[in-house]
Ligand binder design. Sequence first.
Ligand SMILES: [Zn+2]
Length: 433
Amino acid sequence: MPVREVSRLPELNEILETSDSNRLIIVDFFANWCGPCRMISPAFERMSMEFGNATFLKVNTDLARDVVMRYSISAMPTFLFFKNKQQVDSVRGANESAIISTIRKHYSSTPANPNAASDEEKKFLERFVGYTELRKMHTDEVFKALARSVMPDGISDRLESGEDEKKVLQELLDWFKNDFFAWFDRPTCPKCTLKCTTEGLNGTPTKEEKDGGAGRVEVYICDGCNSEMRFPRYNDPSKLLQTCTGRCGEWANCFGLILSAAGLENRFVLDTTDHVWNEVYLKKEQRWIHVDPCENTMDRPLLYTRGWKKQLKYCIAYGHDHVADVTWRYVFDSKKLVAEERNEVRQGVLENFLGKLNARQMAGATEERKRELAVRRVCELMEMMVLEAKNQRIGWEKLGEDMGGRTTVCSHLASVNAHAVILRLSGYKLQNS
Ligand SMILES: [Zn+2]
């Protein structure tokens, strides 16, 4: 974080009072006319970038007289070190190595609050924030109208008139996979019709590509005629309605818009090992199911871990007004996952982060909708408990070809310790419940 200037004593006191007790706070007392102060200033800025779990402040001694009096500063520059509301050290003079060694002596990279993210955890969690923007595009009325213009006729009418959601969903999947969207592997040269054999290179998107929401572009060079071919990775789902091609990211993104346009409530699921897919909420069955447009399949959540032998760790589902950690649905043993396999971010930190993201996403929702989401969340947690028990009883080897589909909560409920469910529920911070 950049160095922040403090101009009054109350401001400094508030920072000291409200900071995490493990957080080191370093204050640089400087004056504009002081040569050594100006000399050390860039080094102090660099330190603020290196030590992310510390707060770097500066005090102009000619302006903030109350701070200077409080700490009896008599020479410039002076560096004071605070931790847990107390001054713990000081360094006088522009002595870079002394400042750094004093930081190292008191620095702690982990916050004392078990739910506060460390620097590494923050970096890891940042990737989850951007997808909330993507979801907004799936509920855009203009985009939905564009999607309906390319979709088979009458889908939303049929759903409204009460036709079986799974049947309609399967038809949509068939159409999307067989007639609408194409898998992009490597391009075929339009001039000499040779298929490219080399990897795509990282290119810079053109203005037009950027306007279509492409953050990056793959550039391929034809082996036969050296022509350049471009594959912009579009993020705008309405653009994908025109290009109709891509890899799983484009497939799930475009299909998310199609689902919204059909009137099926859906989520976009991001898995940190690189695959993405969708989930659809079945109103009649009152549950979310796994939907993968690339595979033209639904309700086979163990497809990846069992079928593809992938190790999934974090599967985050983005609804249009909420987010949820749904990894448990896609792994065989979610207890083991949390206890042993997840080490990028502590569970409490992840839950705290998702809770905050959720609060932001739900901000515009009605009270009724918030209650609905809370009830669904409880049902999902029940389903998770039931699924854990079911998987344990069946065993990994004997899992059927349905890859873990259709977990009927009621029929398996007897095998779950109800007390454990309540305990587990209380560990989750349900929003507005
Ligand atoms: Zn060519």
